[in-house]
Design a protein around this ligand. Sequence first.
Ligand code: MLC
Length: 508
Amino acid sequence: MTDNLFELFRRHFPADRTRPFIEVPGGAVLSYGDLEAESARYANALVAAGIKPGERVAVQVDKSAEAVVLYLACLRAGAILLPLNTAYQSDELEYFLTDAAPGVVVCQPHRLAELEGLAAKAGIGACVMSLGGRGDGTLPERAKALAPDFTTVTRGGDDIAAILYSSGTTGRPKGAMMSHTNLGSNAQTLHKLWGFRPDDVLLHCLPIFHTHGLFVAINCVLLNGGKMIFCPKFDAEQAIGLFSQASVFMGVPTFYTRFLASPSLTPAACAPMRLFISGSAPLLEETFNAFRDKTGFTILERYGMTEGGMFTSNPLDGDRIAGTVGFALPDVQLRITDEDGKVLPQGEVGIIEVKGPNIFKGYWNMPEKTKAEFTADGFFKSGDVGVIDERGYVSIVGRAKDLIISGGYNVYPKEVEDAIDRLDGVVESAVVGMPHPDFGEAGLAIIVTAGQAGLSADGVIAALRGRLANYKVPKQVVLVSELPRNAMGKVQKNVLRDSYAEMWKANL
Ligand code: MLC
């Protein structure tokens, strides 16, 4: 018996394979039968391109039904999916390609030449193909000619199904290796916990290159054998209009603040819905309350991260408490420790550590880093600071790592500072997270320049645009002559946040 995640999904496909899996508003419908046939064709195309089990397939494409087909084709071929944000620029991509050495790269049609160049530069000998948002490109062209049958490659539960990169506090991105069991167990737990019903329809508006949109959302639908309405990108008005055809919604807090800004958000518009879930960034109590007051629905907030999918969730039945992320999932052990790793009693604030079948297998090519992130007894050190109340509700109260969460995307200041420091005329820099009305938090860069370097704030932003994904580019830049430091010589980021709070607000 194989532990290949695709076969777990297939066991839950509806007996009637003509039933829809994906409906794109105003576009195509992909049935479960189509999914089986097309994922077989794509798997055949990957094999024809030289992919063997355990090899990586890097995918940087627009959101589309075909992109989901490609995800399942990778599973079927026993390949390791490496999903990449379409906002990533050449410098970022070069690192991923060099580090993961994929055998196949699938990219947006307009970036084919660029990716071919990067793959050649990385010296990985990858086959580069394209896939467009409307199912166009060289991969579907090749797949079309191939057989709609494919024998799913046998995989063990610990075999890696995907690698997801995140930048990290050292500025060097780390690839979190997720096994078939990691993904399958978490999906099964969430599917049950959130009470998925056979007729549930998920309204999907998230990007599909990160855990939330790719695994939490899509895997629940596949285990449900149900349908999702698949919007190419988030648009608050469009989504509200689609509530009438859906029952479950998953979003980041920015989605909810944008809903609240819309006059179309009424109790009647939400009435057909069953469940609104939020995650990837802290949901403000203010947003939680306003949504309940305006719609009658209580948002279910849950918590997790790339390195293990979901860790906690507020209950489906029972109190969903604002400012908490709910209980540890049934198969997840969660504890709070001090800086020396000593487990703290309930009610004390410390580092959140987690263990369970969902926790990743380590960082690709980084055994030392992996070792450092796990305790001797196998708990993963999340780097988030939290507390558990007497009822078992977990609250996140801070971060032990320097991280900005902007619109649900993780931005590591170190990575942005490194990019700034490489610019001509920059001596050093500090990037801090500031409150942002739309994105929750966004970056402010404070930069020390070398005398009359001719640098301007706008010039820095323009220079960074070509080097970093757009959401990592600081929203504001200040040029200064020095940074405040403590007695140990460490930059005092809290002093910077306070000093520029008024300026930041005035310029929003
Ligand atoms: C877009 N922009 C952002 C941004 N998204 N800036 C900061 N933070 C963000 N998240 C900027 C762009 O740089 C651009 O600026 C301008 O906004 C418009 O770009 P856009 O692409 O048109 O924006 P929009 O479509 O409105 O995107 C906003 C968004 C998107 C909220 C819809 O960011 C989004 O889908 N976020 C979801 C992230 C997510 O899925 N996270 C899950 C991670 S998994 P300019 O200056 O260039 O015009 C995870 C684990 C877990 O964390 O627990 O779930």
